[in-house]
Design a protein around this ligand. Sequence first.
Ligand SMILES: Nc1ncnc2c1ncn2[C@@H]1O[C@H](COP(=O)(O)OP(=O)(O)O)[C@@H](O)[C@H]1O
Ligand SMILES: [Mg+2]
Length: 251
Amino acid sequence: MLKISGLKAVVEGMEILKGIDLEVKPGEVHGIMGPNGSGKSTLARVLSGDPTYAVTGGEVDYCGQDLLAMAPDERARTGLFLAFQYPVEVPGVTIGNFLRTAFNSRREEELSAMEFYGLLLNKVRELGLADQWVNRYLNEGFSGGEKKRNEILQMMVLEPQLCILDETDSGLDVDALKIVSEGVNKMRSPERSIIIVTHYERLLEYIVPDKCHIMLEGRIVLSEDGIDLARRIDEQGYEHVKQQYAAQTQA
Ligand SMILES: Nc1ncnc2c1ncn2[C@@H]1O[C@H](COP(=O)(O)OP(=O)(O)O)[C@@H](O)[C@H]1O
Ligand SMILES: [Mg+2]
């Protein structure tokens, strides 16, 4: 599904990604953890094609295609989905209209408004939101938690092939976290891969990953199957990994 090799990226003359290697197979859920500033959001943004970041090295293979050569909208149309840490507000555009346009842009044949809203309302209710939700302007005046829930709604409607969720847990209370996690868990399928970026382990207890990675200073420095690595970080913090990594690079 996704194979990242030696990916490097620069912003404002500073190298933020210093050679990322990561392989995600179809059906897998991966957790990426790392302290603030380690480059997690930058990685997500580079994959989405954000022009703020200049790729200076490496390759990204997405389903046999050169992802870095694709325009951002092309990436989205082929099923790459990124839920942002800070979703943007789009006043004047309702969630319903926004999602209908996005949904139809990925289909050969458009769904009628009636059919689409039927589908949309089912997902809205699954996420514990009121029907009126679809008439609100995209992210305008939303609380942090509402924005996150709305990102998951988008994901459930658009059914992407590869989902990257950046700090989807931040701003969510325990109940919302459970609802959102259930939503993500329902999306798990043998054809879909999900990357969950978080600096807390808690979300990974709800959406148990197949693999966990630790990111430090622009590199993935540690990877393990299962959730144990995330649990150790939760107990011990990142300091242990940092020391281990520093010793490795000196040797
Ligand atoms: N658009 C940007 N302009 C300047 N610096 C940036 C920008 N994006 C990220 N950075 C810097 O890159 C580093 C990694 O940031 P980020 O990827 O957001 O880390 P994380 O998501 O792991 O907390 C930080 O030092 C941050 O200040
Ligand atoms: Mg971040």
